[in-house]
Design a binder for this molecule. Structure first.
Ligand SMILES: *Cc1c(COP(=O)(O)O)cnc(C)c1O
Length: 411
């Protein structure tokens, strides 16, 4: 089975041997300190107790530890949503005048956050395809603070060479943030050279549409040389001095979580842990089904886009660097909007929604929904054709999914 190492770890980390077995759900917004000395200690960091739920909640704290160990990070910070996680990771490092290099994808919310929102605060983003290595390297200058990469293009299904991009980031001393929402367990960004990983836990990690959430996982700072100790990241230096290996977490908590408040809530984190327990099993099943469904539909003449298919431009990369699959998504181009609508409406299995990574198979027409406000050239860059349907394969019997899709497409 894929992801075998995580099966034992997750159930052992979420449950306890004594007392309540299910994670303890603490729903308090604030916490009593007992006495003023303890209060002072909590605020100066010498006492490790909850301060106030915006700065952290014990239930979310358990989730943070599990996610940090999942990716080999020094720690994690849970967030209110995936966009909250992206905002936390980026806003904690940026100031007006800085630049972002965004590669691949791109999830619609992240695209508009960079292009419409951060631009209003004097932060410029330049967008590149995953294979534009030379242009990416040439675009790096002294103002570049972040290289942002999605582990799988959603919905263009293009796969990045994460290691090669991490080498470029490292050569120029620029932070690499990877949005690994689509490929938890399958891709380990920190071991490939990324500095920070962001997740929308709303998707496959929780896996059942019960909780909106996100998380940011940070690597430990090196004892000797480290890109965050250079002049480019001087805003982080006070935290490097005080917190050492944990500097990026302290920086994110003070510079983003405290002041913007994209904090996770205890109930959401509890539901997320219940989902996380079965993530390896669900993902193993779905990654297998995705390959089967993509192959069967392709053989019956449907225009399927998935890197497991030999004609996909990143098929070799899929085999070499994505041995455990690239998540739950496939896309199908039905040719035009009318045919796409008919296909979605005729399917008996699909739930039509903007979500992905669920137990159930989900589908959505891209151009009329998430990408409706984008102009023609942006849609083209993001791979949004008029008949494009994005599908997130679920836990159903793959043979039934294939049968349903073929009847929906009149095949
Ligand atoms: C859904 C998603 C997000 C945003 O997550 P929310 O929890 O909806 O805020 C970010 N990145 C990717 C790749 C996503 O699929």
């Amino acid at each position: 089975m894929r992801f075998e190492e995580f099966t034992t770890r997750f159930v052992q980390q979420t449950g306890k041997k004594e007392g309540p077995i299910s994670p303890v759900m603490i729903n308090s917004a604030s916490f009593g300190y007992g006495n003023s000395e303890t209060g002072e200690g909590i605020f100066d960091g010498s006492v490790k107790k909850p301060l106030y739920a915006r700065m952290g909640n014990p239930t979310s704290g358990q989730l943070e530890q599990i996610l940090a160990s999942m990716d080999g990070g020094v720690g994690a910070v849970a967030a209110s949503s995936g966009m909250g996680a992206t905002a936390m990771a980026t806003l904690s490092l940026l100031r007006a005048g800085d630049e972002i290099i965004s590669i691949g994808g791109l999830f619609g919310g992240t695209y508009s956050y960079f292009s419409e929102t951060l631009s209003r605060f004097g932060i410029k983003t330049r967008f590149f395809d995953v294979d534009e290595f030379d242009a990416i390297e040439e675009a790096i200058n002294t103002a570049t603070k972040i290289i942002f990469l999605e582990s799988v293009g959603n919905p263009n299904m293009r796969l990045p060479d994460i290691k090669r991009i991490a080498e470029i980031a490292s050569r120029h001393g620029v932070a690499l943030i990877v949005d690994n929402t689509i490929t938890p367990l399958s891709v380990a960004p920190l071991s490939l050279g990324a500095d920070i990983v962001v997740y929308s836990t709303t998707k496959i990690i929780t896996g059942n549409a019960s909780a909106l959430g996100g998380a940011v996982v940070f690597r430990a700072l090196n004892e000797g040389e480290d890109k965050f100790k250079t002049d480019r990241y001087r805003d982080v230096h006070p935290f490097v001095q005080k917190m050492g290996a944990m500097a990026l977490i302290a920086n994110a908590k003070k510079r983003a979580l405290r002041d913007f408040g994209m904090s996770a809530n205890g109930f959401g984190s509890y539901l997320t842990m219940l989902g996380l327990e079965t993530l390896p099993l669900r993902l193993d099943r779905i990654v297998g089904s995705v390959e089967r469904v993509a192959k069967a539909l392709h053989e019956r003449g449907m225009k399927v886009n998935h890197p497991s298919l030999p004609h996909h431009p990143h098929h070799e990369r899929y085999l070499q660097q994505f041995a455990n699959g690239c998540g739950t998504l496939i896309t199908i181009d039905l040719g035009n909007k009318e045919a796409a609508f008919e296909f979605l409406n005729r399917s008996k299995l699909m739930t039509i929604t903007a979500n992905i990574g669920d137990s159930r198979t989900l589908g959505l027409h891209m151009a009329s929904t998430i990408y409706r406000d984008f102009d023609e050239s942006t849609r083209e860059f993001l791979g949004i054709t008029p008949g494009l349907v994005r599908i997130s394969i679920g836990l159903e019997n793959p043979e039934e999914i294939i049968k349903d899709f073929l009847q929906a497409a009149h095949i």
